[in-house]
Design a protein around this ligand. Sequence first.
Ligand SMILES: O=C(O)[C@H](O)[C@@H](O)[C@H](O)[C@H](O)COP(=O)(O)O
Length: 261
Amino acid sequence: MTGSPQLVVHRDKELMAQAAAARLLTKIVDAQAARGSASVVLTGGRNGNGLLAALAASPARDAIDWSRLDLWWGDERFLPEGDPDRNVTQAREALLDAVPLDPARVHAMPASDGAYGNDADAAAEAYAAELAAAARPENHAQVPSFDVLLLGVGPDTHVASLFPEHPGVRETERMVIGVHGAPKPPPTRISLTLPAIRAAREVWLLAAGEDKAKAAAIALSGTGELQAPAAGAYGRSRTLWLLDSAAASQLPRALYPPSLA
Ligand SMILES: O=C(O)[C@H](O)[C@@H](O)[C@H](O)[C@H](O)COP(=O)(O)O
């Protein structure tokens, strides 16, 4: 990563969702202008879905060429297709069903009643192959250079389905893993790993609410990624923490507000 994470603190979570949606819209429009298409990795959770709903309601939303946008997921709850707890189901409701996406560019993670049955490891391997096929050969990478990768931060500092001290956070080779025995239900999940997350140009972490204050303070105060997976989530050119004032309330003064010096 170049430089430390940047922090932006909004008054409350509604304003945070609106501002993050405006920021994402501009980022996608700019990426499409520069490279013809854009790629975004979506996150589950209330804040990620709040951002998508704000984007759906934006009067500027059709500045995006939806047919030239690739969508991927950072993690998925390994449940049957259409289950209301699947991240993709929630994203469809919040935004995706309302915009003219190219279905071939909506890369949902497999469901537990799909081609791989209830084998989360096989499903993870298949998603890794889909990512590898979309990576540009000249980048010699196993995943595309995502323009923006969104991550909701859990109250325990988890991101995607990488939980503190859990085996997934130690993965250094594979880009996608099956997660078993997750401390947050459901226990079986699919997740990008930290190396896959770090292939993104920009990583944006979303944290709103008092229950995120401790997690933000821990992850931003030099704690290692094994104890605080959010600390290991950074982008190649930018890492941005988008917070509301409640989630920022326990940050050390040295971190926020920024020094005027
Ligand atoms: O798979 C999950 O269980 C969620 O996607 C989870 O990882 C979520 O992103 C964070 O817990 C933040 O959630 P909130 O945005 O709802 O606080």
